[in-house]
Design a protein around this ligand. Sequence first.
Ligand code: SF4
Length: 405
Amino acid sequence: MIPENISRQAARCLGCKNAPCSKNCPLGIDIPSFIGLMKEDKLSEAFNEVFSASIFGEVCSAVCPLDKHCRSSCVRGLKGDPVEIPMLENYLFERYFNPSCAQPVPETSGTVAVVGSGVAGISCAVALAQQGVKVTVFEMQDNLGGITANEIPSFRLERKAFSKVIEYAKNLGVSFINNSFLSGEDVRNLTTQFDAVFLACGLQKDVEVAVSNLDGVVSATQYLRGNRPKSVKTVVVGGGNVAMDCARTALRNGAEVIVAYRRTEEDMPAFREERLSALREGVRFMCLLSPFSVNGEGRVQSATFAEMQVTGVENNRSRIEQTNNLVTIDCDCVIMALGSRADSEFFRNAGISLINGRVEVDDNLMTSIDGLFAGGDIIAGENTVAKAVSDGRNAATSIIKYINK
Ligand code: SF4
């Protein structure tokens, strides 16, 4: 029996022609079709409709931004609340996604190495394995799943949602090699050992400003992966989604939390929903503060910021300049959440030049090196999970064409 809140949401869908929700889904999921099947109580068919477009339905429904993609384009939202599409998708995946249903497809067409086991990498690996390609995924960390599985806090994404995807990939015959650190040269060599390579290693380096050896100063990556100093008062430096994840995690660790950001709150790159959640939970934002120094002896005791002022608008966000004022905030933990960047040495050794810090690819997602494809954050910067799934799937299509040629 379908729960009342689910059937009520499904009933609200108007089944629009040229549905804007589907057009705004990077995976092109036929949303009116799957919701239409739910209305007819054909739940397993509805699940298959979504599953044929993405194995990441449960992950996307949990972390895709509500103010972007499908839900934000629903025509119901023009005069009231949009249809809760993620809620419907999540219901289907929780109920019907069974990793043990994966059947290995006989290997018929070539070998591919995938570098990185995040969303883009696994999306590509699964799409290739489903076509009979022998896929080996190389992961430098002990844990599979990249940033999405290991750095998004469990209050936003339950660990089991990603584990099920990995289990499905393994059951399909995809091989994973963990703790496999590859240099740029190693990646280049893979192109001679495999028919093609898909590079989905993400942005590997944290952006750093004032480096401090004081106890209590950690990068966002370290913090989200479990290195969490005990703290009464934590300052998170940055204004993106990762900063919000750190701030909300620090709150749950019992600290009073301030997010310090160099522009205005409206300029924060974090999704609106993430910002509002942080504020609702009690995180305080202090804007127009640019990091200046972290102070203390042995352990951090305060962080000093240069006060900024808005002098106009530039590229749709505030143009700012530094004033002569400094602001010091007492704290015992500072989390640097200033974003990530590509490891330029790695790419230089791989023979790939970066343009504006990103790997350039052609329409088929192939880099300047024959047989080496790339996708995910290294080509587009930090983006949504749905976009990474789409990159992985599109790369798999291009790779199969490349191998067959
Ligand atoms: Fe249904 Fe909204 Fe999509 Fe229209 S836009 S098909 S109402 S979910």
